[in-house]
Design a protein around this ligand. Structure first.
Ligand code: PMP
Length: 448
C-alpha cells in the first residue's frame, strides 16, 4: 500500500526539540499557580503549558517541541490548528456564537446531522441529535433506548468507559479514579466480559456470548433497554473485541428487542482507518454515538439512529442550552470535507502500518511487552509478564515517564494502568511519528 503522507501546512515546525528539561521553568512556575487556583480533582498527565499546537507537535512555553501522540485524548485528529477548521470557525465567529438550536435554528446543525445520517452504518432512514460532550450523548442514547423500549436496564462491558456523569459513571466499569467516592450509581446497569486477544483465542467468542446471555437471563432479558459497547475499548487500553463478538451481540439484541448502542466517541471519525470502528465488523448498531474527533477539538457530540426511534421522543424531551454549538458545527463540517476529500482514512491506516512494523517485534521479545494492538491510529502497547499476562503498571508508567522526559506525549491507561495508549493526530508527519515511536521503544529497552 502507498502510505499517505501529511501535506497540510503547519504553524509549528514538525520536529521534536528539547530546549529545557521537561517540564521547563516556565511550566513549573505555572503549575504552582495551577495548584493554587485549580481543583486538585482535575488531574495532570504532563505538567507542561502549551503555547501553540499543530500537526504532530505541541510547542510549550519553554520552547520545547513535544511529539503529540495523544491528540488531546483523541479529538484533534486533523491537527490542533487545522486551517480549514480555523477558517470555518472564523467565518462563523463574525456571524454569531450561539442562539440555542432549540430556540432559533441555524443551517450548520442540520448539515452535520445530514452527514451523520448518510455516513453511519445501515441504509435505513435516520435522524440525528447533536449535543456537546461524549458523556452527554451517551446519556441521551440511554434515554432514547429507554423511551422507545419502555425498559430500564442497560448492559455494559468490563473495561468500558462511557463518561463521568451519573449514568455514564454507572456504565463505566473501572472504579478508580472514575467512581471512587462518587456513588450511588444506577442499579439498572450490569456488566459482562469481552473476549480480547491475547488472553482469549477466537474459538472462545461463543462462550463469551453465552456469558452475555447468562447475565441477561439472570436479570430478565425483557427488562433491558440497551447493550452499550465501544467497538474498540479505548480507556481499557485499546482492547479490540475478537471478531464475531459484536455480530453476536447484534443477534442477541435482536432476539430480545434490545437496542445495540455503539459508543464511537473515541474510535470514530476515521481514527481506525474506517469512519466508524464498528464497520470493521460489518455490524449495524441501533444508535451510534460520536464526539471527540467529530469537531476536531471543538465540543460537539451526536446520537444517530433509526428515524422512527429518534422521532418517537416528544418535542423538547431531549436537548440542552449548548447542544450543537454553531462554531462546533462549522468545525465538524470542515472535518467532513477533509474525510471526504483528503484521504484521512488512508492516513489513519498508514499510521497503523508504521506502528505494526515498529512495535509488533517487541511482543514476546523479552522486554515485557505482551501485546501491541493496532487499528489504524488507535494503538495500545500492553506491559506484563510473558507467560501469565500478569499486568505491569509500573513498566507502563516508567516508559511513559521516559517518553515525557524525552519530549513525547504518550499516555498510560488500561484497566490495570499497564497500557500505553496512542492516539496520534492522523495528519502527523511520518518521520515525526517514527521518531516518537522510537523514543517509546528506547524507553521500553532502557526500563527493563
Ligand atoms: N465514551 C468513550 C468511549 C470515551 O473514550 C469518552 C472519553 N474518553 C467518553 C465516552 C466521554 O466523553 P467526554 O469526555 O466528551 O464526555
Amino acid at each position: 500500500m502507498t502510505i499517505a503522507q501529511s501535506t497540510l501546512p503547519t504553524t509549528v515546525p514538525q520536529t521534536r526539540h528539547l530546549e529545557t528539561e521537561i517540564p521547563g521553568p516556565r511550566s513549573r512556575e505555572l503549575m504552582e499557580d495551577r495548584r493554587a487556583q485549580v481543583s486538585n480533582g482535575i488531574g495532570a498527565q504532563l505538567p507542561v503549558f502549551i503555547e501553540r499546537a499543530d500537526g504532530g507537535i505541541l510547542l510549550d512555553l519553554d520552547g520545547n517541541r513535544i511529539v503529540d501522540l495523544a491528540s488531546g485524548l483523541g479529538p484533534t485528529a486533523l491537527g490542533a490548528s487545522n486551517p480549514r477548521v480555523r477558517e470555518r470557525i472564523l467565518t462563523q465567529l463574525d456571524r454569531f456564537t450561539h442562539t440555542c438550536f432549540m430556540t432559533t435554528e441555524y443551517e450548520s446543525y442540520v448539515d452535520v446531522c445530514r452527514w451523520l445520517n448518510a455516513n453511519t452504518p445501515g441504509d435505513h432512514e435516520k435522524r440525528s441529535a447533536l449535543f456537546t460532550t461524549g458523556a452527554e450523548a451517551n446519556e441521551n442514547a440511554v434515554k432514547i433506548s429507554r423511551y422507545v423500549t419502555g425498559r430500564r436496564k442497560v448492559m455494559a462491558f468490563t473495561g468500558a468507559y462511557h463518561g463521568r456523569t451519573h449514568m455514564t459513571m454507572s456504565l463505566t466499569s473501572k472504579s478508580h479514579p472514575y467512581k471512587t467516592g462518587f456513588g450511588p450509581f444506577s442499579d439498572d446497569v450490569v456488566h459482562a466480559p469481552v473476549p480480547t486477544s491475547p488472553r482469549n483465542d477466537p474459538s472462545e467468542v461463543g462462550s463469551y456470548l453465552e456469558q452475555v446471555r447468562a447475565v441477561l437471563a439472570e436479570n430478565d432479558p425483557s427488562s433491558f433497554a440497551a447493550i452499550i459497547i465501544e467497538p474498540i475499548l479505548g480507556e481499557a487500553g485499546c482492547l479490540i473485541p475478537l471478531p464475531g463478538f459484536l455480530a453476536g451481540l447484534r443477534e442477541i439484541a435482536d432476539e430480545f428487542g434490545i437496542f445495540l448502542i455503539a459508543d464511537e466517541v473515541q474510535s470514530g471519525m476515521g481514527r481506525t482507518g474506517r469512519i466508524w470502528a464498528i464497520e470493521h465488523e460489518g455490524v449495524v448498531p441501533d444508535l451510534l454515538v460520536a464526539a471527540k474527533a467529530l469537531a476536531n477539538g471543538m465540543p460537539l457530540s451526536s446520537v444517530t439512529g433509526r428515524a422512527e426511534h429518534m422521532n418517537a421522543i416528544h418535542s423538547a424531551g431531549i436537548g440542552g442550552t449548548y447542544i450543537g454549538n454553531p462554531l462546533s458545527c462549522e468545525a465538524a463540517l470542515a472535518v467532513f470535507e477533509q474525510i471526504d476529500s483528503d484521504g484521512v482514512l488512508d492516513r489513519a491506516a498508514a499510521l497503523g502500518e508504521i506502528a505494526i512494523e515498529m512495535l509488533r517485534p517487541l511482543v514476546g521479545s523479552g522486554v515485557g511487552v505482551i501485546d501491541v494492538r493496532v487499528r489504524g491510529g488507535m494503538i495500545g502497547i500492553e506491559f506484563g509478564a510473558d507467560e501469565t499476562f500478569e499486568p505491569s503498571g509500573e513498566r507502563a508508567k516508567a516508559v511513559t515517564r521516559y517518553c515525557h522526559a524525552n519530549g513525547v506525549l504518550a499516555l498510560t491507561n488500561g484497566v490495570h494502568e499497564n497500557v500505553i495508549r496512542l492516539l496520534p493526530p492522523v495528519v502527523i508527519d511520518h518521520d515525526l511519528f517514527r521518531d516518537g515511536l522510537q523514543v517509546i521503544i528506547d524507553g521500553i529497552r532502557s526500563t527493563i
